[in-house]
Design a protein around this ligand. Structure first.
Ligand SMILES: [Zn+2]
Length: 408
């Protein structure tokens, strides 16, 4: 028996070592070249090994989506921004565990004339080649759309829990749940800063600092919607907040505005009618995340109606506003806020009917001043402790209010 167990664990160990030695390395995409030719635009993607790929086109806006197994990227992010031929630019990153995605924005309708993988040749490694030829919209629409496999492969969302009754207060000894939602991620980079930093990376670093600050108080259970560079649909973010039965949902973003004059942080809460045109435009831009990443939204339906929704929504809205009001002075103190520091708009990610939710635009990536601040560790520490203090004062206030209502 003893020998058997020993040989079994030895066998397992050997299997592990063999697995580690023989596991195929992750394919690496090392260069992307785009060339404008007389009648077509050619895309060449250098990849370190033979890979499967799946290409399809989507309309409104015109996009080509290329799905791979999970790959590493060693390419110059700046190249993704320059327009060549039919291509306006491209994005790339993790779409879900095990799958990477590249989305190419087109300047107009185009057909995919060729798609093939060339074997290594001399110094060259594998190359994935795509040729795009201009087409009219009718022709484009005939072939555009999600292939069946890709539609089935949409990041899954577990079933939503029933709407919580806002009148039921949590027992005092249960830790409050705070969900931190770093915006964008993976194939959706969000805004790009003046020096090239990406919104998705910045908000993830602030998010993890905030998690640490909240956990250090010992008072909260913290859930992150993402803690790596991965794409998440807006619906999955909302669902994560609801499934965690969050007491607060904090979505982190960084803004970008034409010109570089706008500076400071702003806090947004949900409203069907936006507080101003800028807020409305911002919500529209942030709501584009799923489109940017090429998520199939054809079968989306809203949360089922329930008699509790109205009631829960009103209560949730009030709580969201209270938290926003607690945030503004803290953010003002930590790094400055915009003139209209608390605004409203129809952000999709804030739509959970029973989770008080705010979206914080931490600052402007388009501002030299803000962006250079944002790159410092000191700024991230200041912002995360400011938000953490606001969380504290929000829960303190709501406890006092419940006490007053209960008359004890
Ligand atoms: Zn954003």
């Amino acid at each position: 028996m003893g020998f058997y167990r020993l040989s079994l664990s030895l066998g397992l160990m050997l299997a592990c070592i063999a697995g580690a030695v023989w596991a195929a390395p992750q394919p690496l995409i090392s260069e992307i070249r785009v060339g404008k030719h007389d009648d077509h635009t050619r895309f060449v993607i250098d990849v370190s090994q033979k890979i499967d790929f799946n290409v399809f086109t989507l309309a409104d806006p015109y996009r080509v989506v290329i799905d791979f197994p999970e790959v590493g990227w060693r390419i110059d992010p700046a190249a993704a921004k320059s327009a060549v031929g039919l291509m306006k630019g491209y994005r790339y990153g993790l779409y879900r565990p095990g799958r990477s995605r590249m989305v190419v924005d087109l300047s107009g309708p185009a057909t995919l004339a060729n798609k093939f993988l060339l074997p290594p040749e001399g110094q060259r490694q594998y190359r994935l080649v795509l040729d795009l030829v201009p087409a009219d919209r009718t022709t484009y629409l005939k072939t555009a759309g999600w292939p069946d496999a890709a539609a089935l492969d949409t990041p899954s969302v577990l079933e939503d829990p029933p709407i919580a009754d806002p009148a039921v207060e949590k027992p005092r000894n249960v830790k409050r749940v705070v969900v931190i939602d770093p915006g964008h991620g993976g194939v959706d980079p969000g805004a790009t800063g003046v020096s090239g930093i990406l919104e998705k990376d910045l908000v993830l670093s602030v998010g993890t600092a905030l998690r640490d600050a909240l956990e250090a108080t010992g008072k909260y259970k913290v859930v992150m919607t993402r803690d790596t560079d991965i794409f998440l649909s807006l619906k999955a973010r909302v669902a994560a907040g609801r499934r965690a039965r969050a007491d607060l949902f904090i979505s982190l973003h960084a803004d970008s505005a034409p010109g570089s004059r706008a500076r400071g942080a702003s806090v947004y809460t949900l409203s069907e009618k936006a507080s101003d045109r800028e807020a409305e435009a911002l919500a529209r831009a942030e709501n584009q995340s799923d489109v940017i990443a090429g998520v199939d939204l054809t079968n989306e339906s809203d949360i089922v109606t329930s008699i509790l929704i109205d009631l829960a929504q009103r209560e949730t809205k009030n709580s969201s506003v209270k938290f926003a009001q607690a945030l503004v002075p803290e953010l003002q103190h930590a790094g400055g806020v915009t003139q209209r520091s608390h605004r409203f708009a129809g952000f999709w990610v804030l739509k959970a009917p029973d989770v008080p939710s705010v979206l914080i635009e931490l600052g402007y990536l388009s501002s030299d001043h803000d962006e250079s601040e944002m790159r410092t560790r000191r700024w991230r520490a200041n912002m995360s402790s400011a938000i953490s203090r606001a969380v504290d004062s929000y829960f303190k206030q709501s406890r006092l209010e419940h006490k007053a209502e209960a008359g004890d």
